[in-house]
Structures are given as C-alpha cells and as structure tokens.
Design a protein around this ligand. Structure first.
Ligand code: GLN
Length: 245
C-alpha cells in the first residue's frame, strides 16, 4: 500500500494557532485516497532517522517556545534534517519554526542560534508586530496560485541573496513588511509565516506536499485522485477575501 510517512518536530512545543492541525488535514487527504499515513514525532532530546520520513513538519511558536527548543533542535535534529533535505524530503516550517531554519533569531541582546540550513536571518526591530490576513502569489511549478492565510510575528526575516521566497506578497507583510517577499523555498523545503489552518485553506498546497513526499519515497510523482474540495475552496475564498476585500 502506498504510504506517506510524516514526522512532526516538537508538536507539543511548536503548535501556536493549532499549526499541528495541518497534519490532520494531510492525514485525511491521504486516507480519502486510500494512501496510508504513518505519523511520527520527535520532541526535546529525541533524534530521528532521516531516511524514515518523507514529509517533515515544524509549527510556529512564541519567543518563549522557541527559546525552549532552539538549542535542543540544533543539537539533536540539525544533522538529520540536513541529510533528509539533501535527500529530497519535503519540509514545511511555519512562523517560529521557519525562523529557526535560518542562522539566527536576534531579540535585542539575545541571539537564538538556528539550524542554519537555509540562508536567512530574523531580527526583532522597533515597531509593531506584523499581524493580519495575508494573500501571496506562489508558483511551485504548476503555475501561479494564491495562498491565503494569517500572520502574526514580531521577528522580521531577511533572505540571503541566493534564496528564493515561497511567494510574493499581494496583501499583508510577509517576511519583513519591506521587500514584498514571503517565506522561503529551497528544493522541497517551504518556510512560511502563514499560520494555523494554512493547508485546509489552501488544499492544493497540501496535495503538493503529499505528491512531493510520495515522489521522494517511490521515485515517481503520483497523480493524486481529485477530491470533493467544495468546503476547502470556500475556506480559501473566505481567507482570500479577508485579506483582499
Ligand atoms: N515568536 C516569533 C515572532 O514573534 C514567531 C511567532 C509565531 O510563530 N507566531 O516573530
């Protein structure tokens, strides 16, 4: 039986806005198609086998949560995550998790070291948190699509010159409120500030991740059976309208 193997990193600690709910959505979309779904988690102090997971998920967190996991993540996950990425595993990291993929998160005098797997840095600057509904335009290889969601972050993220964003901001702040870029995309890794029910609001993105993970495991990209997405499309439309109207 075809099976998707998902690994959640720090699902207890990094779950602000119920980011973990995205995993339930991935599971359902697999099960509705008769695709097996194997869930594994790696929390504080736990290591993982990079070849045993095809989709790795890391949610967002408050500064306090990030402080609690950052050093442990570097120590116990960096090497395996780097190997999994180099071997084509799909990775989705949201907000606080996205920030920790980079070199560092600077909060005033304090510097949280990140995984350094992606060339980006995050800094706190004077000014309000970047909060609100967002719409971005992203192209993951099948043409331009709108991704709609919600952001709430104090950190401003800046991509290194060789990095590509996940998308371009149509409405909202994105990485820093200045350069019009949102998130990062490197190989099969996506980092984004879009929180909470990101995947239920953007079902095509969930299917993109599922197809990428299955391709990594089985060698060919599957043609995923279409599902009845009337509710998901309504959720997308509502989130898009909240940002744009
Ligand atoms: N603590 C980080 C910030 O404020 C990330 C917040 C989040 O994950 N919502 O920038």
């Amino acid at each position: 039986m075809t099976e998707l193997r998902l690994l959640a990193l720090y699902p207890e600690q990094m779950n602000i806005y119920a980011d973990r709910g995205n995993i339930v959505f991935l599971r359902r979309r697999c099960e509705w198609r008769g695709i097996g779904f194997e869930y594994a988690a790696a929390g504080p102090g736990e290591r993982f086998e990079p070849g045993s997971h095809d989709l790795i998920y890391l949610g967002g967190g408050q500064d306090r949560d990030q402080r609690a996991v950052a050093a442990d993540m570097v120590e116990t996950k960096r090497e395996a995550l780097g190997t999994a990425l180099a071997d084509g595993a799909a990775v989705l990291a949201v907000c606080g998790g996205y920030q920790l993929l980079g070199h560092s998160y600077q909060l005033g005098e304090e510097r949280l070291e990140g995984l350094g797997l992606v060339d980006l840095e995050t800094v706190r600057k004077p000014g309000p948190r970047l909060i609100g509904n967002v719409a971005i335009e992203a192209d993951l290889g099948s043409g331009k699509r709108t991704v709609a969601g919600f952001e709430n972050h104090g950190g401003r993220t800046y991509l290194g010159s060789g990095e590509q964003p996940f998308g371009r901001v149509i409405k909202g702040f994105g990485n820093n409120g200045e350069d019009g870029l949102e998130g990062v995309k490197e190989g099969n890794l996506i980092g984004t500030y879009l929180h909470g029910p990101l995947l239920p609001k953007n079902a095509w993105l969930a299917d993109h991740l599922i197809a990428t993970a299955l391709e990594r495991r089985y060698g060919t990209r599957p043609d995923l059976e279409p599902l009845n997405d009337s509710l998901e499309l309504a959720a997308h439309e509502s989130a898009r309208a909240a940002a744009l109207d």
